[in-house]
Design a protein around this ligand. Structure first.
Ligand SMILES: NC(=O)c1ccc[n+]([C@@H]2O[C@H](COP(=O)([O-])OP(=O)(O)OC[C@H]3O[C@@H](n4cnc5c(N)ncnc54)[C@H](OP(=O)(O)O)[C@@H]3O)[C@@H](O)[C@H]2O)c1
Length: 375
């Protein structure tokens, strides 16, 4: 019996930066290598501020495929009838404008993290996506990787009990003393600093393990706190520590979870092991760095006295670098006419941006005037 043809999603790529190249390389990996048979990805257009850069990008990362149109503007990609969905890989502070233009052109959108600069921008984009009837998702690729799905399954199986505490860090040494101050990681006008760039990754584990846990019953955090250490180079946060607490605030609350996530991120230190530690009533899950794309996790089952009764490590391998799983999710959602993903839906991006707004407020990090398009 002949099998059904896979659904083909036609992508337009917005910008030719580092992460756009990672996305395109992975999107072009044959989905069958990861046992995906229902969707495939086709790149049909690449937009850059320079047509020469777009053409170079196609030559280098898409095998010089002559069927891919290189454009010297993003607007031309949004107008291209052969594009169903766009991937936005510009610096944070352009996400709002780029995504809004795409949405108004009725393109489905996958937008890099952090999805916007603040919660107000995201609310405005979500309203626009609803109005124009398009799918919209933040590119939090970690959430779609097979390892992450397995951690969630284990965490919610009940075998470990409820989560109690989580610690997570993502650091990276960007060599900030040798970077131009106009680099996106340092420039406040580009949303520079640790929180917006690295902060989504510790948080995604907290959202998965605590916010998504059935005992939390979808409740928002009862407390958010944060502190920032700024670099004198440009005033952006060099490191940020933030905690998010989930706890019922009254005895009639349907959420019964009492747990706290302690997170940190840093742009001038190497990542350290262990990246994520999730402690449950009867066990611990540890996830090694890099926490945005870990290749293994370990679970320790504790006996009644708190000693380790059993330990298991699970390893994950696939062809490609892990960005293709989010592309598969977008393709399936678009095929099925969904407005958002069930794995990383709008509510989770909103929670992320609201937490970041609060941490920036407490940390005293204000963007220069005009950076936030909606406040
Ligand atoms: N998912 C992940 O693992 C991951 C990893 C790193 C970064 N990111 C996210 O992806 C986004 C881009 O990061 P990146 O490291 O790829 O940055 P990048 O290498 O600097 O690329 C950004 C691209 O945006 C375009 N752009 C438009 N206006 C710009 C401006 N005024 N200044 C600089 N670039 C401009 C440029 O492309 P054209 O010249 O072609 O227009 C540039 O190549 C950020 O939001 C970041 O948080 C995600």
């Amino acid at each position: 019996m002949a099998s059904a043809q896979p659904f083909v999603l036609r992508w337009g790529i917005i910008s030719t930066g580092r992460i756009a190249s990672c996305f395109v390389k992975d999107a072009l990996v044959d989905p069958k290598t990861r046992d995906v048979h229902d969707v495939v990805h086709k790149i049909t257009a690449v937009g850059s501020r320079s047509v020469a850069k777009a053409d170079e990008f196609i030559a280098e990362f898409a095998g010089g495929d002559k069927s891919i149109k290189g454009y010297g503007s993003y607007t031309e990609v949004f107008a291209d009838k052969n594009v169903d969905a766009v991937y936005i890989g510009t610096p944070h502070t352009f996400h709002y404008d780029n995504a809004l233009e795409a949405i108004k052109a009725k393109k489905h959108v996958l937008c890099e993290k952090p999805v916007t600069c603040n919660g107000a921008e995201l609310r405005s984009l979500l309203a626009a996506a609803k109005e124009h009837g398009v799918f919209f998702m933040e590119a939090l690729w970690t959430r779609f990787q097979p390892l992450t799905k397995e951690v969630k399954k284990l965490a919610e199986s009940g075998v470990l009990g409820d989560p109690v505490a989580l610690q997570a860090d993502l650091s990276g040494d960007f060599g900030i003393n040798n970077l131009p101050k106009s680099h996106r990681i340092l420039d406040p006008a580009l949303g520079g600093g640790a929180l917006l760039d690295l902060g989504p990754y510790p948080l995604i584990w907290a959202i998965l393990a605590l916010y998504e846990h059935p005992s939390n019953n979808g409740a928002n955090p009862s407390d958010i706190s944060g502190t920032m250490l700024k670099t004198p180079l440009t005033g952006v946060d060099r490191s940020t520590s933030y905690t998010v607490t989930f706890s019922p605030t009254s005895s009639s609350d349907k959420n019964t979870l009492s747990a706290q996530a302690i997170m940190s991120c840093n742009i001038n230190a190497q990542a350290y092991q262990t990246g994520v530690i999730i402690r449950y009533e009867r066990g611990t899950i540890t996830i090694p760095a890099p926490i945005f794309c870990p290749k293994s996790f370990t679970v320790q089952y504790l006996n009644g006295k708190g000693t380790v009764a059993k330990e298991e490590t699970r390893k994950f391998e696939y062809v490609g670098s892990g960005w293709h799983f989010q592309a598969d999710e977008v393709a399936r959602c678009v095929r099925d006419g969904k407005a958002e993903s069930e794995l990383w839906g709008h509510n989770k991006s909103l929670l992320e941006m609201d937490i970041f707004d609060e941490v920036r407020r407490q940390g005293g990090y204000k963007f220069p005037p005009g950076v936030e398009k909606v406040v």
